[in-house]
Design a protein around this ligand. Structure first.
Ligand SMILES: Nc1ncnc2c1ncn2[C@@H]1O[C@H](COP(=O)(O)OP(=O)(O)OP(=O)(O)O)[C@@H](O)[C@H]1O
Length: 221
């Protein structure tokens, strides 16, 4: 097994805007270990979401490299990169509505996620594991925000992604719903699925096995 599931080397991200060039992230090198919860922390605007998009292969960095399980990704075509991302990487967004298909029931959300990665899923077993037993036939809007986020992580499990990344997964939830998500993250990590989370939620940061602090787009020492 590679020493890290994801490795960034000298990553920089710059955006051209009408007001000029913006440097979102600058010269970041880090390794995400193959187990445990890794947190990207830092104040608003420090580059957490940008770095998460780079780590999840959604966005190519302007400079530097990204390795997934020891293999470089810079030379991949867009198509090969998309295929790799679909197979290996799961990204959970902060708004539950962005993670699930609202008109499908819980079972079909899990099945669709699994199928997209060429996998099969034992729906009832997975739902029991997620603390959502008996909800297979429910439509997504019948679930609470926390349950929807749990299901989103369940979709990541259904795909058997090599790494699960999440952007502020508790920020739109009430405390009780956020608790459900924290439990799910702990469970994923306990089962050996590496999780990377961008967050400034202190309760989530307290769960980190590995923590990187960003400040103005650079890693704090
Ligand atoms: N697509 C873009 N175009 C232009 N500037 C961008 C873009 N994405 C991010 N930025 C800028 O890059 C910097 C880092 O943004 P980013 O969203 O990564 O920070 P963040 O730490 O996730 O913030 P928050 O916690 O508020 O989500 C900010 O100055 C932001 O305005």
């Amino acid at each position: 097994m590679a020493d890290s599931v994801l490795r960034l080397t000298g990553v920089g991200v710059r955006y051209r805007t009408p007001a000029g060039e913006v440097t979102a992230v600058s010269d970041v090198s880090l390794e995400v270990p193959p187990t445990g919860i890794t947190v990207l922390a830092g104040p608003s605007g420090s580059g957490k979401s940008t770095l998460l998009r780079v780590l999840s292969l959604v966005e190519r960095p302007t400079t530097g490299g990204v390795e997934l399980r020891g293999a470089g990704t810079a030379r991949l075509s867009n198509r090969a990169r998309r295929a790799l991302r679909r197979r290996e990487v799961a990204l959970v967004f902060q708004d539950p509505a962005d993670n699930l298909v609202a008109h499908l029931d819980v079972r079909d959300n899990l099945r669709a996620a699994a199928q997209a990665a060429g996998r099969e899923v034992e729906v009832d077993e997975l739902l029991a594991r997620l603390g959502l037993p008996g909800t297979a036939g429910w439509r997504v809007p019948s679930l609470s925000g926390g349950q929807q986020q749990r299901l989103a992580f369940g979709c990541a499990l259904a795909r058997r992604a090599s790494v699960v990344l999440a952007d502020e997964p508790t920020s739109q939830l009430d405390p009780a719903s956020a608790d459900l998500v924290l439990e799910t993250l702990t469970d994923l990590a306990a089962r050996g699925v590496p999780v990377v989370v961008a967050s400034h939620d202190p309760r989530l940061i307290a769960l980190a096995h590995t923590r990187f602090e960003l400040e103005n787009g650079v890693l704090a020492a």
